[in-house]
Ligand binder design. Structure first.
Ligand code: SF4
Ligand SMILES: [Zn+2]
Length: 287
């Protein structure tokens, strides 16, 4: 399946109707004009297939330029080209500051293989809304060395003190991962120290912490398992149960982990102030 765009005869050059069509050209979904990223990702889920959003005729909601490579979304989900996304001021809601993450790298080699965890990591965002008190991430270079960017994008004064109050998303990560994997020489891939090439999502954030992060995560998993790459997931969020269909499809290529620190509500609040209660992750909701 792929997207098909047609000019609105009553509109300007950039007013286009967007549809999803199958291999025979039959319309499977009709989006009207300007589908949101949320609508597009939801359709992927419904049809169990990932739709690459680059070079599909989608246009930026702000300037109308065609989205050919990097993109992101406004908080309401409207798609933005990279130029417009990079100049957005971000948004603050309920004490959480959000924006887009300009990080260029997609897949990073990781020293976590020393702990038998993985050989590579993918982080779907910078920052984590759970704000766990014990979290080591804000003291790592992935956050600590990016003070300037965090201040510019989300008004963060102190990345460590403010941990839990900012999150910068990487909306186009599945598209960029796809491009990277297509170019990747897998003979080199197998030469990592442990020789296995396991990819973990996400060592520096909860990859299922909210709907937007979960949608990026789903796209990344689909790309990785398509290349037969083993994946590890760690999350504290019950959102991961929405992807059980995908985990089943991935079979033994995926391992999913979570943690339940305690069932004492006051302790959980003290340790993991914004994380969902562990009861949400209890056996009942994971069945
Ligand atoms: S969920 Fe993980 S990454 Fe997020 S704040 Fe807690 S420990 Fe840190
Ligand atoms: Zn634009």
């Amino acid at each position: 399946m792929h997207l098909d765009t047609q000019r609105n005869p009553d509109g300007g050059w950039y007013d286009r109707f967007v549809r999803l069509v199958d291999e025979d050209g039959e319309v499977v979904e009709d989006f009207g004009e300007h589908p949101t990223l949320d609508e597009l990702r939801e359709v992927e889920r419904r049809h169990g297939e990932r739709i690459n959003l680059w070079q599909q005729g989608l246009v930026c909601y702000d300037c109308g330029n065609q989205i050919n490579d990097r993109f992101a979304a406004q908080p309401d989900g409207h798609l933005l080209c990279w130029d417009c996304a990079s100049s957005e001021d971000g948004e603050e809601k309920g004490g959480l500051r959000t924006n887009v993450d300009p990080t260029k790298s997609v897949l990073s080699a990781s020293k976590l293989h020393e702990k038998s965890l993985c050989d590579y990591v993918i982080n779907v965002a910078t920052g984590c809304r759970h704000g766990c008190r014990f979290c080591y991430v804000p003291s790592t270079p992935a956050v600590d060395s990016r003070e300037e960017m965090l201040e510019e994008k989300a008004g963060v004064d102190d990345p460590q003190r403010d941990w839990g109050s900012y999150i910068l998303y990487r909306d186009d990560l599945p598209e960029r991962l796809r491009q990277g994997l297509q170019k990747k020489d897998f003979s080199d891939w197998k030469k990592t120290d442990r020789g296995r090439g396991i990819v973990m999502l996400s060592s520096g954030t909860d990859c299922y912490q909210d709907r937007r992060a979960a949608q990026i995560t789903r796209g990344c998993i689909q790309e990785l398992i398509e290349h037969d790459i083993p994946v590890r997931i760690l999350s504290r969020s019950p959102n991961l149960t929405r992807d059980i269909d995908l985990f089943k499809k991935a079979g033994d290529r995926i391992a999913v982990g979570t943690s339940i620190p305690t069932f004492d509500a006051s302790l959980v609040k003290a340790l993991e102030p914004n994380a969902p209660p562990p009861q949400a992750l209890s056996a009942g909701s994971l069945q």
